[in-house]
Write a protein that binds this ligand. Sequence first.
Ligand code: SAH
Length: 347
Amino acid sequence: MKDLLNHHPSAWPEIFAQMGVAKFHGRNAARWVFQRGAHSWTEMTDLPANLREQLQAEAPLGCAKLLTSSGAKDGAEKVLLELEDSATVEAVGMPGTAGRTVCLSTQVGCPVRCAFCASGLEGLGRNLSQGEILEQALWLRRAQGPFQRVVIMGMGEAGFNLDAVLGALDVLMDPEGFGMSARRITLSTVGPKGALPRIAEWGRPVTLALSLHAPDDALRHELVPGVAKRTIEETLTEVDELFAANGREYTVEYVLLAGVNDSPDQATALADLLFQRRCHVNLIPYNPVEETEFDRPSDYSMESFAKRLQDRGLSVTLRRSLGRQADAACGQLRRRQRPPSRPATEV
Ligand code: SAH
């Protein structure tokens, strides 16, 4: 926890005081980092040189190194960061009509092992700290310029790392941090046990995105094995309660997989499930991952699925796949960089 980025900027003055440094330098340093984008003490030219040296030695400001940055024709750009223990993590910046969006990771790998997702192929490496989550935003801003929206939709399951994730979101929203409005932040989760009630208790009006992917428990458990003990009904009840707590309509995410979850009957079942709930449905065309055996449905089939939901009164978007050329599907850049080491017994 030595890294300052693991602490809310309002705590920096006190941390400085504990180092024998005047508190106002702590407030000034937070402004340098979060508002002016400084990445090192040497950049903070209005701090006395001897103080900068002391801080350099005693108070690290993040530890990530930029390994690669890959661009795409549509403007999505991915950065791969190497952390202190040489674990790697990725984050993506994407242009859009409402400004730039950055997509941040919450874990190295993922324990949920969704059948169609690259992030969980090797299971969970470890949780990211609050500072490591914030560093992704800081690096993306440095590499690509300011952003207007944040989506917690990179590698990892936020619901298993809520201390760090909610801490990072608090800094993103704080006027002494990035000063973002909660309305510009989306937190995506499969809704593991305890996560949604905890987010409701936290209460900030960020948009919750629930990764559902199936209209019935049997299929959801196959596609999202990490929540195989939970029912769809209890999960949806919890997001309804979250809506009651923070007043924000939620998003239901549904990756469309040909012949698996895209039939007309499944659309009807999904519509029945979501009828009169305060949600918006985000249909995501499957983005092919080499190691999995799914196919993306035809455009016709995806549009028919969307239409069936719309005809039942649901608000629906069929998400355009931004960043396909940048390998923007979860986990793919990291795998390209570091091919998985196979156990010796496996041939
Ligand atoms: N762990 C979080 C964040 C995952 S990434 C969650 O599950 O919500 C954001 C969305 O992209 C999730 O809905 C996830 O299921 C989806 N996704 C993962 N792999 C995908 C792929 N290959 N093609 C399309 N969407 C994918």
